[in-house]
Ligand binder design. Structure first.
Ligand code: NAD
Length: 468
């Protein structure tokens, strides 16, 4: 019998925390998971899942309106309220699944907010004002992140929305200003534009989605213009006024300080997220966030305290659900004293825009900055038979390889890029070569053939496109 109430305490039930909890339980550890809201965290309740549900629904409506060349014409009526109910059903269904999975794996669930009392105990404040003390042998912090609030655009102001509120709207706004053309800004701008909302984007930099190479972003930028989205670059959102009709957003030109104003029903602020470290009384166990606000950890997620781990958004970039889940598995393994290893893992990144963008590993420029002898193979989606049959032909696959043709990275923009990137991720992770990808037989007709053709193109042997 352990001297502690629980062997592993996990604080936070998002995709990093609940995965850490289930994995630790699979390793026969006694696990308690504390969550103050709903299991599934931002990803399941307020981010990835609701946004992808609404994006799928908006794509159906948009495609139905725009497929006359396939012989389909339709008078499409969008019942926004019903669409939102459907999205909520998807989320609730997944909430129940996560809870069932935790219970089936014998993870004890507690509702409340946990804060450290000392190095081996927390106080948990429950939803009804009750509190209890729990001692633990190991702790895993998985408290996630929250949206950054812009001064003047506080989220409690009428008409100012964060992503969570934008995904929880019950009525469709007629017009929307979006501050920030990053992941969230562009995914949601395109979603709302497809539902007929008049969208204006304000971005401080001179490009949208600066995290991705510009040639991957170009097809998205064109598609955004075609959807009628007005994107204003080099403008800092500086003030917001609630009006009778909605909001007025003031911006300042980054170079000239010239001011502009935009009126809309609502403004969505998507200027990044910051880690949540201020709810757990970290100071009581002598831990301190780094300069960027993250809890510092080693490659196993271990903090400066041997028995306390941090995983997911609270532990650093990239703030992506799948990265957090992998970190949760690695931390659980370290606690249990078993694999999997925490060696450098290839982490894909995906933007669910139209078309989708997906990357993994090194870009061409990053690879060239290393000692590798870099080669590149590409294949355009317009040359893919399968892409032609779906009517979505914008984009390309690029594979970047180094010495001996070992795949170092890949960049995809186009239909189902979010699915296709997994093959490239496997290649990067396992050190496969472009020759191996090209030789592996891909089913026809599929979009995945674009990957084997890009691999073959690197050897000037692609069949369905001219080689360089
Ligand atoms: P982001 O960092 O992707 O983009 C924020 C943008 O806001 C930047 O381009 C920045 O230049 C701009 N900006 C900042 N201040 C501004 C101002 N005052 N006026 C105008 N523009 C301004 O952040 P995000 O879109 O909020 O997303 C947050 C995080 O959530 C991301 O880092 C990502 O990790 C995660 N996320 C991932 C996905 C996905 O994987 N598909 C989707 C959504 C969010």
């Amino acid at each position: 019998m352990s001297e502690f109430d629980t062997e592993v305490l996990v604080v936070g039930g998002g995709p990093a925390g609940y995965v850490a909890a289930i994995r630790a339980a699979q390793y026969d550890l006694d696990v308690t998971l504390v969550e103050e809201n709903t299991l599934g965290g931002t990803c399941l309740n307020r981010g990835c899942i609701p946004s992808k549900a609404l994006i799928s629904a908006a794509n159906v409506a948009h495609d139905a309106r725009n497929w006359s060349q396939m012989g389909i014409t339709a008078d499409v009526d969008v019942d926004f309220g019903r669409m939102v109910e459907w999205k909520d059903d998807v989320v609730e269904n997944m909430n129940r699944s996560v809870e069932k999975l935790c219970k089936a794996n014998r993870v004890s669930l507690l509702e409340g907010r946990a804060a450290f009392e000392d190095e081996h105990s927390v106080q948990i404040d429950g939803p009804n004002g009750e509190s209890e003390r729990l001692t633990f042998e190991h702790a895993v912090l998985a408290t996630g992140s929250r949206p950054i609030e812009l001064p003047g655009f506080e989220f409690d102001r009428p008409g100012v929305l964060d992503a969570k509120e934008a995904l929880a709207l019950e009525e469709r706004p007629d017009s929307l200003v979006v501050v920030g053309a990053g992941y969230i800004g562009m995914e949601l701008s395109m979603l709302f534009a497809k539902l007929g909302v008049d969208v204006t984007v304000v971005e401080a930099l001179d490009t949208m989605m600066p995290a991705f190479p510009s040639d991957l972003v170009a097809p998205v930028s064109s598609a955004a213009s075609e959807l009628g989205i007005e994107t204003n670059y080099g403008e800092l959102a500086s003030a917001c006024q609630s009006t009778e009709g909605g909001v007025t957003v003031a911006t300042e030109d980054v170079d000239s300080e010239e001011r502009r104003e935009y009126d809309a029903d609502k403004v969505l602020v998507a200027v990044g997220r910051s880690p949540v470290t201020d709810t757990v009384a970290l100071d009581r166990i002598g831990l301190e966030p780094d300069g960027d606000g993250f809890v510092p950890t080693d490659e196993h997620g271990r903090t400066d305290l041997d028995h306390v781990f941090a995983v997911g958004d609270v532990a650093g970039e990239p703030m992506l659900a799948h990265a957090g889940s992998a970190e949760g598995e690695i931390a659980a393994a370290a606690i249990a004293g078993r694999g999997p290893s925490a060696e450098d893992r290839a982490i894909p990144a995906v933007a669910f825009t139209s078309p989708e963008i997906a990357t993994v590993g090194l870009s061409r420029e990053e690879a060239e900055a290393t000692d590798h002898d870099v080669s590149v193979g590409e294949f355009p989606m317009r040359a893919s038979g399968r892409a032609l049959t779906t009517g979505h032909t914008d984009g390309f696959v690029r594979l970047v390889s180094g010495d001996d043709g070992v795949v170092l990275g890949g960049q995809i923009v186009g239909p189902e890029a979010s699915e296709l990137i997994s093959e490239v991720t496997l290649a990067v992770e396992e050190g496969l070569t472009t020759a191996e990808l090209a030789e592996s037989i891909h089913p026809h007709p599929t979009l995945s053939e674009a990957i084997s053709e890009a691999a073959a193109n690197e050897h000037d042997l692609a069949i369905h496109t001219l080689n360089r």
